[in-house]
Design a protein around this ligand. Structure first.
Ligand code: GLC
Ligand code: CA
Length: 563
């Protein structure tokens, strides 16, 4: 297997709005990030992925960009960015940017021109169509509720937006769009950034002629995934971008690609494809949705066998052919400890167990800010405390369609993107030390107990456990490159696998619940002895043959043949 720095790296994702405010306006900023670089360095991470910091009117927290070459005023200036990059590099940390090229803001000069007249040279930078039968050109539903089409009076046509109406989709059929995007990408690379997380990249190509999606249930709009996701031409465009720009730089790329399995993912990341290094897959993020992708708000309990199935499939199919991007949380998802662990009695144990999982899979681990201290979903009582456009749109639409408020709030507590967007909890002072002012979104009520200052002091904290895990991964190539093999596939409580690389072999055992299952060493490993490298509990005797696992207990062993 080819060794690469980005395979050996641990990535830390920053949501700049909520990371650290340096000037008291309640909004996180670049100077805030700079002030925490030493904290990140101490944690042991290698790469920082920063969510969009470009100029934006902020209808979707920076994912609506009005100038790709300027920094959002609230976040600082380009000088601040240059300083951040230099200071990060000085510490041996790399920075990857969020590249949002499926759409721009409706305040981007391209769109302002595009909408101004039918014959404007930029008209074709976006996707414009005439209406059909007095309504929108097709029946596709936007990710954030309602039609993907917005009527524009100036030219009496509709433009397409997969996300909010303030995020018109770029037209990738247009050569000038491609050229302008390439130039912009080159501009950032020449500045010295170390790669990109490519937002919504699976969607940049839409089905030819934009046909209606099948609509057996006669819904007002249909989530037409297959008509705008992972289409063949995306690969041509990504290969071109790579051939013309990316390959010249020693960078890493990770694409956001919903709606695919590992075989299809290899079309993006297969070693011979020359498109992307990694993709974020979504299959494990859909386990607690009743109807898969479209029904994010319809809750259902997830189960461990499904999680094992999905993760094992990705681990095995990609082995030696591609590379996984592993995550349990990000700025679009609820907090991992609230979702896959236990954010009450066993918050610490379960957060460490999930950390063990994240850091011992094959692939590059992505830690989301606050995950390293076990931050939880906030469960705000009133909808007025939520800020996210997707959440607010869902609330309104659900109220209109008669869903009981309790059901709606329950869904929001579990699934809202704001769950992971509350301010980073630095200490137990005002606003968790995030800001001296009023934070743009409320701080989680548990900040006096859950915060970085506490975590640094407590040797047994989640934070210190992350440090140990990261360190372990650095010391053992087998934890980076080793082949994954699932054991006890049908055990409903324990998730067990080995990682084998050359002479090294590791055994990872995790109890995913608060029950107390008994682990018995499988026959195939019985000739080996095991050395415990790390556990989230105090372990008295290391003998592996029969162990009753405690709630959310996790152990990492190194296996050796008995002398
Ligand atoms: C991605 C981002 C999300 C954003 C959307 C539109 O899914 O992660 O936060 O709203 O794209 O850019
Ligand atoms: Ca600020």
């Amino acid at each position: 297997m080819k060794k690469k720095w980005w395979k050996e790296s641990v990535v830390y994702q920053i949501y700049p709005l909520s990371f650290k405010d340096s000037n008291g306006d309640g909004i996180g900023d670049l100077q805030g990030i700079i002030s925490k670089l030493d904290y990140l360095k101490d944690l042991g991470i290698d790469v920082i992925w920063i969510c969009p910091i470009y100029q934006s009117p902020n209808h979707d927290n920076g994912y609506d960009i009005s100038d790709y070459r300027a920094i959002m005023k609230q976040f600082g200036t380009m000088e601040d960015f240059d300083e951040l990059l230099a200071q990060a590099h000085e510490r041996g940390l790399k920075i990857i940017m969020d590249l949002v090229i499926n759409h721009t803001s409706d305040e981007h000069p391209w769109f302002i021109e595009s909408r101004s007249s039918l014959d404007n040279p930029k008209r074709d930078y976006y996707i414009w169509r005439k209406g059909k039968n007095g309504g929108p050109p097709n029946n596709w539903e936007s990710y954030f509720s309602g039609s993907v089409w917005e009527y524009d009076e100036t030219t009496e046509e509709y433009y397409l937006h997969l996300y909010t109406k303030n995020q018109p989709d770029l037209n990738w059929e247009n050569e000038n769009v491609i050229r302008d995007v390439e130039e912009m990408v080159r501009w950032w690379l020449d500045k010295g950034v170390d790669g990109f997380r490519m937002d919504a990249i699976a969607h940049i190509v839409k089905a030819e002629n934009l046909p209606d999606a099948p609509n057996p249930n006669n819904l007002p709009y249909v989530r037409a995934y297959s008509l705008f996701s992972n289409l063949e031409k995306v690969h041509t465009l990504l290969r071109d971008l790579n051939d013309k720009v990316l390959y010249k730089y020693d960078i890493m790329t990770v694409g956001e690609t919903s709606g695919l399995g590992p075989e299809q993912a290899l079309n993006y990341i297969g070693n011979e494809r020359h498109e992307l290094n990694m993709v974020f897959q979504f299959e494990h993020m859909l386990l607690d949705s009743a109807t898969g992708g479209t029904g994010k708000w319809e809750l259902t309990p997830w189960n461990l066998l499904d999680l094992k199935n999905i993760m094992s499939k990705w681990q095995t199919v990609l082995h030696e052919k591609g590379w996984n991007a592993n995550y349990l949380c990000n700025h679009d998802q609820p907090r991992s400890v609230s979702r896959f662990g236990n954010d009450g009695k066993y918050r610490k144990e379960s957060a460490k167990m999930l950390a063990t999982f994240l850091l011992t899979l094959e692939g590059t681990p992505y830690i989301y800010q606050g995950e390293e201290i076990g931050m939880t979903n906030p469960q705000f009582q009133s909808i007025h405390e939520y800020r996210d456009i997707e959440t607010l749109n869902y609330y309104q639409q659900a109220v209109e369609s008669g869903t009981p408020i309790d059901t709606i709030m329950e869904a929001i507590w579990k699934k809202s993107r704001d769950n992971s967007r509350t301010p980073m909890q630095w200490d137990d002072s005002h606003a968790a030390g995030f800001t001296t002012g009023t934070p743009w979104i409320k701080v989680n009520a548990n900040y006096q107990e859950v915060n970085v200052q506490e975590a640094l002091k407590d040797e047994n904290s989640i934070y210190h456990y992350y440090r140990k895990l990261i360190d372990l991964r650095k010391k053992h190539e087998g934890l980076v490159y080793g082949e994954y093999k699932l054991l006890l596939p049908l055990d409903p409580d324990l998730y067990v696998y080995t990682r084998k690389y050359e002479e090294e072999e590791f055994l990872i055992i995790m109890n995913f619940f608060d029950r107390t299952p008994v682990f018995r060493l499988p026959e195939e490993l019985s000739s080996l002895s095991a050395e415990l490298l790390l556990s989230n509990y105090h372990v008295e005797k290391e003998d592996l043959h029969e162990i009753t696992f405690r709630a959310y207990e996790a152990r990492v062993y190194k296996l050796k043949s008995r002398e």
